[in-house]
Design a protein around this ligand. Structure first.
Ligand code: NAP
Length: 258
């Protein structure tokens, strides 16, 4: 039995879809469960104990906020009490405060008999935040200047996570998960412009205009320390990582159904 946390989010939803396709036995956790999901909240240890009953492996994905350490440690504490054997934890490329928020959970995950750490770069799905500006023909606010990131498709993250959950060959591995190319925001917007057949533009946004917690994480990322590519998606999946244009063609509103 697998427990999928973060099951209602961007990556977790995809993990659930892939496991369903494979006929795997799993439980999907949410604070507000629907259907056959189970209730679990990191601030309610009894709910985590119930969610962990009879579980062999956990996919650990939580908010990347300053809550991340307490979320991860509460989940892993419950997993330890339930004798869970395997933990697959999704964190982030270890840069600045965001990397630091995932470190306690990564350390705790390493104490399990079988563990795999997934460290993704910026998600392609972040550009869904621009949908209102794209729809209105307004400039897209860009707080990231020209810093490039190895934009990764969360579907690739989910596929790697499912491999690690179903197969012990990934024990003890830390995978850095990026897409196949480094892109900055204006370059992502240029891809969308071409695919949508419309001219889209960006407008620089000072970090000070963002919520403090988000700005703090971004400031470190803008140093370029996390601007690199990794071949881990291709190594694990045996095929190239999906590029940003592929993600956009298959997911961006106005493009996805064409
Ligand atoms: N976005 C990026 O560019 C990026 C880059 C690198 C790493 N990351 C990392 O990726 C993770 C976010 O992944 P995502 O975008 O796939 O997730 P997401 O869409 O933000 O969803 C977050 C999930 O966490 C669950 N959750 C939040 N608080 C919870 C709590 N108190 N107890 C139980 N569950 C809780 C939510 O479930 P319910 O609401 O159903 O309870 C939801 O399913 C973060 O750890 C972040 O650091 C993101």
């Amino acid at each position: 039995m697998l427990l999928i946390t973060g099951a209602t989010g961007t990556t977790g939803r995809e993990v659930v879809r892939l496991l369903t396709d494979r006929g795997a036995a799993f439980r999907a956790m949410s604070r507000t469960p629907t259907g056959d999901q189970v209730h679990g909240d990191h601030t309610d240890p009894a709910s985590l104990d119930r969610a962990m009953e009879g579980v062999d492996a956990v996919f650990l994905l939580g908010p990347g906020t300053s809550d991340a350490p307490s979320y991860d440690l509460a989940l892993l504490d419950a997993a330890k009490h339930a004798d869970v054997r395997k933990v697959v934890k999704l964190g982030a490329i270890p840069v600045g405060p965001i990397g630091a928020r995932h470190r306690p959970g990564e350390e705790a995950a390493r104490a399990f008999p079988v563990w795999t750490l997934l460290r993704p770069s910026m998600f392609a799905t972040n550009s869904l935040q621009w949908v209102p500006q794209v729809a209105a023909g307004e400039p897209i606010p860009n707080p990231m200047g020209t810093t490039r990131f190895g934009i990764v498709d969360p579907r690739d993250l989910a596929e790697v996570a499912v491999r690690a959950l179903l197969d012990d060959d990934h024990h003890g591995r830390t995978y850095t998960l990026t897409g196949p190319e480094l892109l900055n925001v204006p370059e992502q917007v240029a891809v969308l412009s071409e695919l949508l057949g419309r001219t889209l533009s960006t407008v620089d946004l000072p970090l000070e205009a963002l919520p403090a917690e988000y700005a703090e994480g971004l400031r470190a990322a803008l140093s370029g320390e996390g601007s690199f590519l990794s071949g881990d998606v291709a190594d694990v999946l045996g095929r190239p990582a999906r590029g940003y244009a592929t993600w956009a063609r298959e997911n961006y509103p106005g493009l996805a159904s064409t």
